[in-house]
Design a protein around this ligand. Structure first.
Ligand code: NA7
Length: 550
């Protein structure tokens, strides 16, 4: 793509042109700042640009997986399904970018490789893989919480003669899987989407499952204009409500107290919710009577799902191997899928339990397990997830200008004040960073919340004639202690038992720390508002005209 000449000094340099980077571009422009976005893809979209694997779909309802700042699109865009597929979401994002005329400020096909702070000049120097050096007063890392794909280190990958793919880096040219023998490693949200889709076309699918997951039917369905009308008529109020709820969705938490209900009534209710695609609402939200805080309720919901697996999957041995035990439901994201468990009833799908018999090595024609089982296949799909939350930040060589790096700062575990700024790295902001509620919620709601706070903070610094904004180390420490305390008060304290990426437990060698703020989007919103009203408590302003401190 031809790139026009762009400024090599800007006020705000944004890394990434997914939902977060796009909104940050808009907000920085609103302040009248010179802004530039650097994006490694050849177009906008972030996650939705890269994740083109068969079956890729959002697990948040389409009507709310959209931006608040295009009320015209709220009305004009028609989401064809309750849960939109990747192509539709990407088309929507492109339309947002087109209407906002964003592309003139975005350098596509370019990766940021390094960023170094200069305490002397109070600016960042950002380097790209195109050899550019861009200086910027502020850097906003809008690099995504699930963008650093992780291919496990299985010996022999270089020997394998077939094709292999990671779902998060799916080729843009069509990948023909019809009539092929395909292996899928990983059964998280992605695996549960890719497996049924591939099983529809492939001759044979072998699934390598390590930790069984709780998967619920999404009950996806076509959406008519009439279905969407009530939401379209009430968007502003619904979006405002979403900001106040735990999960960044306008849905009101359910009141039912499952553990106290007569069992027949409870069973009937759970059945109804399961059929409606709403069973997860007994878990999500942090109310004391729901399953992230209440172990009895969690057990009831988990048992219900286990029974459903046995009902759906015909072969009892396969059903048992697919059944999750030993960790609460919801401490990994509850997976929504269409036809996941049903896939295992097909003649062309085989499940291998990689927990009892792990993958030992890849061979030229397939793989061998620890117990010497041999599998042959043509194509291998890694649905093995991401170095979540922090991976896209630490992939950049971020330096503090005094010899320290971001990686070193996080050696004992990631930290960021309000999830938004790391002490010691002034004028750099981390959208959806560790210590923010993003990954536990509708990510677009939280992205908008973060970007608005960061933009207001930059405006506040300007108003005070300050050029440097830095999180106070003590404030950061206190915030991360709070994040840990809040998680301890929920069943997320068991996250490592489920290898959860929320805790970094899925990446060998990564420090296991529960990273997200589990206090809810609404509570977080109130905290941000309070911090701002209190003169941006916990942030130090300095530099600029007379170095006036606020
Ligand atoms: P996840 O949820 O991290 O799932 C990754 C899967 O890959 C999970 O089943 C892992 O098993 C499995 N995995 C990883 N490494 C291996 C090896 N070496 N052998 C066998 N299996 C392995 O990633 P997703 O892409 O599915 O979902 C990420 C998020 O995207 C999701 O939460 C939604 O928010 C959207 P494990 O559980 O570690 O035993």
């Amino acid at each position: 793509m031809a790139q026009q000449q762009r400024a090599d000094h800007v006020d705000v340099l944004v890394v990434g042109a997914g939902f977060a980077g796009m909104y940050q571009l808009r907000k920085a422009r609103e302040l009248g700042l010179r802004v530039r976005v650097v994006e490694r893809g050849d177009g906008v979209g972030g996650t939705w640009y890269w994740n083109r694997y068969p079956g890729a779909r959002c697990d948040a309802p389409s009507l709310f997986y959209s931006v608040s700042y295009r009320p015209d699109l709220d009305q004009e865009w028609h989401w064809s399904e309750r849960f939109a597929g990747q192509a539709e979401i990407l088309a929507y994002m492109r339309e947002v970018a087109r209407r906002e005329e964003m592309e003139s400020d975005i350098s596509f096909g370019t990766s940021v490789v390094g960023a170094e702070w200069s305490p002397e000049s109070g600016t960042w120097t950002v380097t790209t893989d195109a050899g550019e050096r861009i200086t910027a007063r502020y850097v906003v890392l809008a690099t995504g919480c699930l963008s650093q794909s992780r291919v496990p280190e299985i010996p022999g990958l270089e020997r394998f003669r077939g094709r292999w793919f990671h779902t998060g880096r799916w080729p843009h040219d069509p990948v023909e899987l019809a009539g092929r023998r395909v292996a899928v490693v990983g059964t998280g949200s992605t695996g549960a989407q890719v497996i049924p889709a591939v099983a529809d076309v492939a001759e044979q699918v072998t699934v390598f499952q390590r930790t069984p997951k709780f998967v619920l039917p999404a009950r996806n369905r076509p959406m008519s204009e009439a279905d969407a009308r009530p939401v379209k008529d009430a968007y502003p109020a619904l979006r405002a409500a979403a900001r106040q709820r735990d999960y960044g969705m306008p849905t009101v938490p359910i009141e039912h107290r499952l553990a106290e209900m007569p069992s027949a009534e409870r069973e009937e209710l759970m059945e109804r919710m399961y059929e409606d695609g709403a069973l997860a609402s007994f878990v999500y939200s942090y109310a004391d009577h729901l399953g992230l805080k209440n172990q009895a309720v969690n057990d009831l919901v988990a048992d219900f799902v286990r029974r459903k697996i046995r009902e759906v999957v015909r072969d009892p041995g396969t059903a048992e191997a697919l059944t999750p035990y030993g960790y609460p439901i919801g401490i990994n994201r509850i997976i929504l899928s269409t036809g996941y468990y049903e896939s295992f009833n097909r003649g062309n799908v085989v499940l291998h339990d990689a927990r009892t018999d792990p993958i030992a090595e890849l061979t030229e024609t397939g793989l061998r397990t620890a117990d010497d089982a041999e599998y042959t296949f043509d194509d291998l799909i890694f649905a093995t997830g991401y170095d979540g939350i922090t991976g896209s930040f630490t992939a950049i060589d971020v330096r503090d200008g005094s010899g320290g790096t971001l990686k070193e700062a996080w050696a004992e575990g990631p930290r960021a004040y309000l999830g938004l700024q790391v002490a010691g790295f002034p004028n750099m902001f981390t959208i959806t960073g560790p210590g923010s509620p993003s990954v536990l919620a509708n990510v677009i709601t939280t992205i908008e919340q973060h970007v608005e706070f960061v933009t207001d903070l930059i405006a506040h610094a300007h108003e005070h004639g300050a050029e440097v904004v830095e999180a106070d180390a003590a404030a950061e420490e206190k915030w991360m202690e709070h994040v840990a305390d809040v998680a301890q008060n929920t069943l997320f304290r068991h996250a490592a038992k489920a290898n959860s990426w929320y805790a970094g437990a899925n990446v060998p060698g990564k420090r296991v720390v529960f990273m997200p703020y589990a206090g809810g989007v609404g509570t977080f919103d109130a905290i941000l508002t309070d911090v701002a009203a209190d003169g941006y408590r916990g942030f130090r302003l300095s530099g600029g005209d007379g170095g006036r401190l606020a």
